[in-house]
Structure formats: structure tokens, C-alpha cells
Design a binder for this molecule. Structure first.
Ligand SMILES: Cc1ncc(COP(=O)(O)O)c(C=O)c1O
Length: 346
């Protein structure tokens, strides 16, 4: 189409297929809903705001609450409808996008959508961070380097020293390292100290996982004021709806529900891992996150077998190096029991 930029001919939709299933373990969501008491408070708050008025330009009230919660200067906080939108904004801003292969697919998706040159460095053995290759990529052409830690979709946790080395090289080249901490709460890791001392490092976080708010669509960036200003300028104005803001403010006022949930998820993850290691054919990888990557003989067959038992997991076998793999989100104890029963059934 002549109205569109030529690079958009290569754009593909996000790789997600919808299936209906009783037990949903395909999107690394929290298996528990936002606490009922907080939901009631958020609904009251939504009813009390004026729906005829636009919300704040950059969700300034939510930004201030995030800044307090994270101990981050307010001018360095950017809020967006899902951290995906910040990935897109940063990819649009980027001279080039660099990530690992495999990695969370939207880094590439956002680069392709925005017509930004894209490079990927393959993970090493055991899904190790290819630090040397990423340093070389930053040297070859500075750009925005996305590193999810823990890594999606492998669940692997990277060494702080390697991330610091990448951050230092980003500083030397005036590039940007974005540590995507979508899953950091499950690992107990924190890239803020790295970003605090280095304006060429930013931290991306989301409300979609440990905050039990996947349906709300909200994420945020903690960055230097300069990086934050660029990201903010690339997001549409007034893009955090009033109802989203009300829910986020309620969550940020009462974040105490998160820690017990994390403890439950970690305990279930470790139980699931211990049980899956006993499987005669499947090979799970250790995970620092709320999901487990499992190598099976045939991902299509494993997916179909689980789906027939009412359990939905996500195929990952389209990624190079992940042949036969499926990814299983950690569910409630009952959901995990159902998964194990189906996995071990003949
Ligand atoms: C590594 C990683 N980053 C970012 C996201 C996107 O999160 P959001 O729901 O905030 O758009 C996901 C979602 O699964 C993810 O796995």
C-alpha cells in the first residue's frame, strides 16, 4: 500500500494463538486475582473520578506514586499502558535494537514495526548471556540493548557482573541498556542500583505479573531524566486512562499483598520443577521466574495432550534453539497438580 512505509510489508502480528482451556498456564500471569478488598476500593475510586474529563498528560499522580514506591526521581519515571508500549517507544527512539536469540519476541516486533535496524546475538550454552557478543554488538553500532532478567522465555537469571559490564559499555558508547525486569520479583533481583549510577542503563517493569494486574495493562520505565523525556514524548498524550490510574494508585497504596503471593509462586515453581525433573521424557530448565521452560520430544504433541486435559501451555518451538520446547506458567497448587497429572498420564 502506497500510504504506508515500505518496511511495514515485513510486519507480523504478535505470535499468540488463543485457545480455551480450564487451566490457563500460557501467559505467565498471576494465577491469583488482585485481592477482592483492593478491587472493591479501586472500583469505588473509579466511580469517584469524572469520566468526562481527560486523565493527566503523563499519569503524573501514578508517576509520583511509582517514584515513591521505587525510590526513583519522578522525572525519570514513565508510565505506559503495558511495558510493551515502552518497548515500542524505545525501539522507535533507537538507532538500532539489539537483543538475544531467543528473547521476548516483542523487542524484535517493535524494531520491525518501527523500521529500526535489528540485531540478535544467540544465547550461549545453557542459555548463558552472550556477554562478549553483546559487547561487540554495542561496539559495532550503539543502539538500545534489551536484556530481560530473569530471561524470557528461558527463565534463566544472569550475573549482575555481566549486566554491569554491558552497562559500562553502553555508557562508553553512549548506547542504552534496558534491563527488562518483568519477572524480577520472582527472582528477588533488582537492576535499580545499576541504573542509579549509570544514565545509560534503564529498568523496565510491569504490573502484569507479580502485581496481579495483567488485565489492567500498565508498565513503567525507571531511567535518567533524558531517556525518560524521549520515551514520554514518543508515547501518545493522556494514554493512561482514568480507571487504570485509579487501580494503580490503589495497588501502590497497599503493595503488601505482593510478597505473600511471591512466596506462594516460588514454592509452587520449585515443587513443579522437582516433579517435572522426574518425567521420563521431558526436561525442565531451572527457573528464577514464574514459568518453566520444558523440552519435550514434540512440542505440538505435548501441547495437544495437555490441551485435551484442559491445560493450556505455550509452545516455544518456533524459536531457534528451543526445538520441542513448551513454556508452563506456575499456577495455583490445584492447577499445578492438574498439569502434573496430565503430563505424567500415558
Ligand atoms: C520479558 C517480558 N517483557 C515485557 C512483557 C510485557 O509486559 P506488559 O504486560 O507490561 O506489556 C512481557 C510479557 O509477557 C515479558 O515476558
Amino acid at each position: 500500500m502506497n500510504a504506508f512505509k515500505p518496511h511495514l510489508a515485513a510486519v507480523a502480528d504478535y505470535p499468540y494463538s488463543k485457545f480455551d482451556a480450564r487451566v490457563k498456564l500460557d501467559q505467565n500471569e498471576s494465577p491469583e486475582d488482585f485481592p477482592a478488598e483492593l478491587k472493591a476500593r479501586a472500583v469505588e475510586r473509579i466511580a469517584s473520578v469524572s469520566w468526562n474529563r481527560y486523565p493527566e498528560l503523563h499519569a503524573e499522580d501514578v508517576r509520583a506514586a511509582i517514584a515513591r514506591h521505587e525510590g526513583w526521581p519522578e522525572e525519570g519515571v514513565v508510565v505506559s499502558p503495558g511495558s510493551n508500549l515502552l518497548v515500542l517507544a524505545l525501539a522507535e527512539a533507537a538507532a538500532s535494537v539489539i537483543d538475544t536469540a531467543p528473547a521476548f519476541p516483542y523487542y524484535k516486533g517493535a524494531a520491525v514495526a518501527s523500521g529500526t535496524p535489528y540485531r540478535a546475538v544467540p544465547l550461549g550454552d545453557g542459555f548463558a548471556l552472550p556477554t562478549a557478543g553483546l559487547l561487540a554488538a554495542l561496539d559495532a553500532a550503539p543502539g538500545v540493548l534489551f536484556v530481560p532478567n530473569p530471561h524470557g522465555p528461558t527463565g534463566r537469571l544472569f550475573d549482575a557482573a555481566d549486566l554491569a559490564a554491558l552497562g559500562e559499555r553502553a555508557r562508553a558508547r553512549d548506547a542504552l541498556l534496558v534491563v527488562d525486569e518483568a519477572y524480577h520479583a520472582f527472582a528477588g533481583t533488582d537492576a535499580r542500583p545499576l541504573a542509579r549510577g549509570n544514565p545509560n542503563v534503564a529498568v523496565l517493569r510491569t504490573f502484569s505479573k507479580s502485581w496481579c494486574l495483567g488485565g489492567i495493562r500498565a508498565g513503567y520505565l525507571l531511567a535518567s531524566p533524558k531517556v525518560a523525556a524521549v520515551a514520554r514524548a514518543l508515547l501518545p498524550p493522556f494514554c493512561i486512562p482514568a480507571h487504570t490510574g485509579a487501580i494503580l494508585l490503589t495497588a501502590l497504596e497497599s503493595p503488601g499483598y505482593v510478597a505473600p503471593l511471591l512466596a506462594r509462586i516460588r514454592a509452587e515453581r520449585d515443587r513443579l520443577l522437582a516433579e517435572l525433573w522426574k518425567h521420563p521424557e521431558w526436561k525442565p530448565w531451572p527457573s528464577a521466574s514464574n514459568f518453566i521452560l520444558v523440552r519435550t520430544k514434540d512440542a505440538k504433541a505435548a501441547h495437544a495432550k495437555l490441551l485435551a486435559a484442559g491445560i493450556l501451555v505455550r509452545r516455544q518451538d518456533h524459536y531457534p534453539g528451543l526445538e520441542g520446547c513448551v513454556r508452563v506458567s506456575v499456577g495455583t497448587p490445584a492447577e499445578n497438580d492438574a498439569l502434573l497429572r496430565a503430563a505424567f498420564s500415558s
